[in-house]
Structure formats: structure tokens, C-alpha cells
Design a protein around this ligand. Sequence first.
Ligand SMILES: CC(C)(COP(=O)(O)OP(=O)(O)OC[C@H]1O[C@@H](n2cnc3c(N)ncnc32)[C@H](O)[C@@H]1OP(=O)(O)O)[C@@H](O)C(=O)NCCC(=O)NCCS
Length: 143
Amino acid sequence: MIRPLTLADAPACHALHAICDTQTYWSTSAYEELISIHLGYGYFMPHLVGFILAQVAQTQADIIYIAVDPSLRQQGIGRLLVSQLSQQKDLEEIFLEVNENNKMALTFYSCIDCTSIGRRKAYYTRDGISYDAIILKKSFLPC
Ligand SMILES: CC(C)(COP(=O)(O)OP(=O)(O)OC[C@H]1O[C@@H](n2cnc3c(N)ncnc32)[C@H](O)[C@@H]1OP(=O)(O)O)[C@@H](O)C(=O)NCCC(=O)NCCS
């Protein structure tokens, strides 16, 4: 079941993020703030197994983070979460940034028809190594 995230989901978002990215994840209180300000959807089975958070401004959305439980990946949950976000009224474009080293996410975004529109040099640092951010866009406008 997909439903909007509520403040009560913040601990589960924090826990899932910590599983997905052991180096950079946000605290429960950071998630409470993000959920209170931004738009989020969670996939529940019945506990949270995936979520998407996005900053929406008029016709555009920026994905802040998307995560799916590692044991349930490649079963369509990530695609469903993006699809749910895309149903937001008047939404025309989704933007996001992804680490050039995150091949799994890049494959996912390619599969859901995101296209690369730019690069931010040395945007991320991991273990002293710099990585570029690939800027991606998904458009819902007719070609
Ligand atoms: C990126 C992520 C959210 C994708 O979630 P998911 O539930 O596995 O994605 P889906 O099952 O909906 O996949 C959608 C498509 O992408 C493909 N895909 C997803 N991950 C893939 C992988 N690792 N290898 C190959 N294809 C992949 C699927 O096969 C599917 O293709 P299809 O619809 O043509 O069959 C998940 O891998 C994740 O949580 N990663 C860790 C967190 C992360 O890096 N987030 C992104 C930060 S920018």
C-alpha cells in the first residue's frame, strides 16, 4: 500500500535510509522536519519498505531521496513511488542528483526514462574521494 508519509514514519525512514546508505543518512528529527515541509510517499507491507521524498514547487519536483528495502528491490516499488509522485497535480518535470558512483540508482533512473542534463563536479565526497553528481530530469511534457 502506498500512502503519504506522516511524522510518525520519520523513525522508519531514518532506519531504512541507514540500511541503504551506511555513510550518509539523516536522523529521525531531520526526517520529521523533511516530512513536515516536503511531499513524501511510503510503500508499506505493512511496515515501511520504501519511500520517496520530494520538494515540489508548482510544476517541478526535486527528489530529495528515494529508497527501497534491499530485500525487495527490482520488484517495481521504486517505479511505483516515482509514479505516485508524478501524479501530483500540474507536475511537468522531476529533477534529481545522483552520485556518479551509484550505478544501481543510475540504472534505475535510466529504466524509468530519466535523462542526464548536467553534472556537478566533485559534489560528493566519500572516504576522501570526490565524485560528481549527475543531474537527471524526467519530463511529463509531450515531446
Ligand atoms: C534506486 C532504488 C530506489 C530502485 O528501487 P527498486 O524498487 O529496486 O526499483 P524498481 O524495481 O521499480 O525498478 C525499476 C526498473 O529499474 C530496474 N532496476 C532497478 N534497479 C536495478 C539494478 N540494480 N540493476 C538493473 N536494473 C535495475 C528494474 O529492473 C526496473 O526495470 P523494468 O521496469 O524495465 O523491469 C533502489 O535500488 C534503492 O533503494 N537504492 C538505494 C538508495 C539509492 O541509491 N537511492 C537513490 C539516491 S539518488
